[in-house]
Design a protein around this ligand. Structure first.
Ligand code: DX5
Ligand code: ZN
Length: 226
């Protein structure tokens, strides 16, 4: 049985037509919403007011990826406005356990993200507090970058840990995921795939989502247990 999930990132969508762009990915498992503050990363997107309105018109759940400082203060706001999953960066949270518990108490799934150079080992004891672990496969900040193969061993180690954990923790990858890279990430053990430019850069978004799903499923079928 496959647990592959595809989350298109609206960072690569047409910002003048975000409602329609969300409707175009209704075959996806969720929409990935990148929140950037121009401090944690050198780019700026939207905040809670815009995300709240977009959630009201979206046919799919929201997977929010917060690339912001002071995550402890702002992350709960995204749960409050109806986002189903809220991911903060380990490097930006002062009290990640408290924050994850707060998100869960608001009925959101709690996610924690690691930049490419942040090791996973110091965080393994936190897995029972999390619903999702995000291993960044590019430096966060921009869409359209190339997948960093150097992150594959970390994905493998994270997959071993999430599988070994009694908690059900999804393993997400984000950055440079396309038809030519998704198999590598899936074979390494990821099961939730963010795809920005490879979905929104395609004429037919549903076909792009379907093709990514097929490739990831096939790759998972080759590996064991997932
Ligand atoms: C990058 C963002 C990603 C981005 C991915 O910092 O976190 O979600 O949208 O874009 P692609 O899939 O084009 O690499
Ligand atoms: Zn993202």
């Amino acid at each position: 049985m496959s647990h592959v999930r595809i989350h298109p990132s609206i960072l690569s969508a047409d910002f003048a037509r975000l409602g329609e762009e969300l409707a175009a990915v209704e075959s996806a498992d969720a929409a990935h919403i990148d929140v950037m503050d121009n401090h944690f990363v050198p780019n700026l997107t939207w905040g809670p007011a815009v995300v709240e309105r977009l959630r009201q018109v979206s046919p799919v759940p929201f997977d929010v990826h917060l690339m912001i400082d002071d995550a402890d203060r702002w992350a709960p706001r995204y749960a409050e406005i109806g986002c189903e999953s809220v991911t903060f960066h380990a490097e930006a949270a002062i009290a990640p356990i408290k924050l994850a518990r707060e998100l869960r108490s608001q009925d959101a799934r709690a996610g924690m993200a690691l930049r490419p150079a942040t090791p996973v080992e110091p965080y393994l004891d936190l897995l029972p507090e999390l619903d999702l672990l995000l291993v960044m496969t590019v430096e966060p900040g921009f869409g359209g970058q190339s997948f960093l193969d150097v992150t594959l061993p970390k994905i493998r180690r994270a997959a071993e840990a999430t599988r070994g954990s009694s908690a059900q923790v999804a393993l997400q990858v984000d950055g440079g995921i396309s038809e030519s890279t998704i198999e590598r990430a899936a074979e390494a053990g990821a099961d939730v795939f963010v795809a920005g430019s490879s979905v929104y850069g395609a004429e037919d978004r549903a076909a792009a989502i379907g093709a990514l799903r097929e490739r990831a499923r096939a790759a998972c079928g080759l590996g064991a247990a997932r």
